[in-house]
Design a protein. Structure first.
Length: 97
């Protein structure tokens, strides 16, 4: 009975460490998913990450889609030279300050 209880406690201890170990490489997998994508795909990823990966910030400049990771590394996906992105915000009651 002791061995069963001891092995159960060891199993719980190792099991609780596995999710933390899996999340350690979380930033690299996010950066790696931006390899070989164009600006349109990068914007779709940024919109998806806005709700799922809140630690990754993104914004658009006249030159590209920029991603800022928790380790403060910045990765940019360049926009095509012949296209631009226009953001439209609803101005119902007031404007941006």
């Amino acid at each position: 009975m002791r061995y069963l209880l001891l092995s159960f406690i060891v199993f719980l201890g190792i099991g609780s460490l596995l999710p933390a170990y899996a999340l350690q490489d979380h930033g690299k997998s996010a950066e790696a998913s931006l390899n070989n994508v164009d600006a349109i795909q990068a914007m779709a990823i940024a919109n998806q990450w806005k709700w799922t990966k809140k630690e990754v910030k993104s914004y658009v400049t006249p030159r590209g889609v920029m991603f800022v990771f928790p380790n403060r590394k910045v990765k940019g996906i360049p926009l095509p030279e012949d296209k631009m992105i226009v953001a439209v915000a609803p101005y119902i009651k007031r404007t941006h300050r």
